[in-house]
Design a protein around this ligand. Structure first.
Ligand code: NAD
Ligand code: UDX
Length: 463
């Protein structure tokens, strides 16, 4: 039975996943390590508002388990040495250089982990791929680990993570399934699969723990994300047709969702999907297909990304068109910055593209998000624009509280579906704004007839 776990990477996956494993396995010492000292300090912060990841329910688990059997540290070597099982949960972003630039997953952090494990480990280890990886990465990890000079046996498993941000704790506590890929033909492989299954069996029923070969497991993760993103691009494509025909996308989604073969989840038309996973994983899938000469397959999945880019730019263009073809010098309130509600993560958020478009059109942006920090919002814009920092600072204002944000605004643009945006007093807000007052609801969270009755010019998605 495993008594000591190390997780390399204290990010959006490593932190919450290990917190739940520690909660459900009080007999296991779980150490989450990272090279980023600031991040580890934040995980160890006394003030739980300062945790680096915001997830409903996470702070409570951290408060309960931290320094009991859950530890956050930068002592990577020490944690590797002490652990019987090592999760690799580092980032695998899209490559920004060289071969496969803009498409392939950058595996440099994963490779560094494997090299570090190989050089440091002095006892046998089970190494678990938690990061999302291209199919066949396990063979790369295996060949690096083989170089170990310390006469150590390594067994490799793939255990992709299916949590969605904003609902991570609930997803971890009640997963649809846990997937474990391993070498089930060898006794060592079987033992490793059993050891990882034991950990999950403390709270997940056996029927939900699926075992496959390692390549199926790696590919299933990319496949799941591709299918999920495809649904959003499909519904968003239909939203454009709705806008041209007076059909209503919410009604269409409801009607088709009643078909049990289609199902009603993941059919919410939006300003476009964001987040650190969908785009990166599909680009990676496209790259893999191209590598095998499967160009039709690559083109097929590429369309999911193209449609998403189209949806974002279509929405941004619409804002300008509806406001008499110019937003120059106009005050526009952006509600939301996170890529979805209930997270402080803004990676690949549609908000970034919409904001950049409006800044190019010379709008004055006033931005509020309940969880993304002002510093993060500014950094996101700075990284994605060519406008110099000083000039950018004159074009945007970021608020910690929405109290005064609406004064003299020309338009409100809802980019994230935070619940609090639904309950704002829009009658009062309208009175503070310039007339005609516009609301662009990029998430279809408001009731169009109520908002129109208040006197707003309301523009949703697909209606
Ligand atoms: P993240 O960027 O939030 O965290 C990764 C962490 O790894 C960073 O803190 C980084 O400093 C650390 N790191 C990188 N190299 C390191 C090294 N050599 N040694 C120690 N620490 C190192 O990333 P994330 O969102 O947690 O994603 C991690 C992986 O999980 C990715 O492959 C991602 O595709 C996958 N995934 C993410 C989600 C999600 O919702 N974010 C869901 C499922 C799977
Ligand atoms: C996704 C997968 O859902 C998860 O299983 C995987 O482990 C990581 O990637 P995540 O990106 O955290 O999770 O959130 P998700 O709920 O999938 O939303 C992704 C984006 O799609 C968000 O911008 C969200 O607002 C958008 N979305 C989602 C829609 O626009 N419409 C929908 O119906 C659902």
């Amino acid at each position: 039975m495993i008594k000591s776990i190390c997780c390399i990477g204290a990010g959006y996956v490593g932190g919450p996943t290990m917190a739940v494993i520690a909660l459900k396995n009080p007999h296991i010492k779980v150490t989450v390590v990272d090279v980023n000292q600031e991040r580890i300090n934040a995980w160890n912060a006394q003030n739980l508002d300062k945790l680096p990841v915001y997830e409903p329910g996470l702070a409570e688990i951290i408060a309960q388990m931290r320094n009991v059997n859950l530890f956050f540290s930068t002592q990577v070597n020490e944690a590797i040495q002490q652990a019987e099982m090592i999760f690799i949960s580092v980032n695998t972003p899209t490559k920004t250089y060289g071969l496969g630039k803009g498409m392939a997953a950058d595996l440099k952090y994963v490779e560094l982990c494997a090299r570090q494990i190989a050089s440091v480990a002095t006892t046998n280890k089970i190494v678990v791929e938690k990061s999302t990886l291209p199919v066949r990465t396990a063979s790369t990890i295996k060949s690096i680990l083989k170089q170990s000079q310390n006469n150590v046996q390594f067994e490799i498993l793939s255990n992709p993570e299916f949590l969605a941000e904003g609902t991570a704790i609930n997803d971890l506590l009640n997963p649809d399934r846990v997937l474990i890929g391993g070498d089930y033909h060898t006794p060592e492989g079987k033992n490793a699969i059993a050891a990882l299954s034991e950990i999950y069996k403390n709270w997940v029923t056996t029927d939900k723990i699926i075992t496959t070969n390692i390549w199926s497991s790696e590919l299933s993760k990319l496949t799941a994300n591709a299918f999920l993103a495809q649904r959003i691009s499909s519904i968003n494509a239909m939203s454009a047709i709705c806008e041209a025909t007076e059909a209503n996308i919410d009604e269409v989604a409801f009607a088709i969702g009643k078909d049990s073969r289609i199902g009603d989840k993941f059919l919410k038309a939006s300003v476009g999907f964001g987040g650190s996973c969908f785009q990166k994983d599909i680009l990676n899938l496209v790259y893999i297909a191209q590598t095998f000469g499967l160009n039709e397959v690559a083109d097929y999945w590429q369309q999911v990304i193209s449609m998403n880019n189209y949806q974002k730019s279509r929405f941004a263009r619409k804002i300008v068109q509806e406001m008499f073809n110019t937003v120059s010098g106009k005050k526009i309130v952006l509600l939301g910055w996170a890529f979805k509600k209930d997270t402080n993560d803004s990676r690949e958020s549609a908000a970034i593209d919409i904001a950049n478009y409006l800044i190019e059109e010379q709008a004055e942006l006033h931005i509020y998000d309940p969880k993304v920090t002002a510093q993060q919002i500014f950094t996101d814009l700075e990284k994605s624009t060519t406008i110099p920092q000083e000039e950018l600072a004159t074009k945007i204002k970021i608020y910690n509280h929405p109290d005064t944000i609406f004064q003299q605004a020309h338009a409100i643009v809802i980019v994230t579906e935070w619940d609090q945006f639904k309950t704002f007093n829009y009658t009062n807000i309208k009175k503070q704004m310039q007339q005609p007052a516009f609301i662009f609801d990029g998430r279809n969270i408001l009731n169009p007839s109520e908002i129109t009755q208040i006197g707003f010019h309301y523009i949703g998605i697909g209606k």
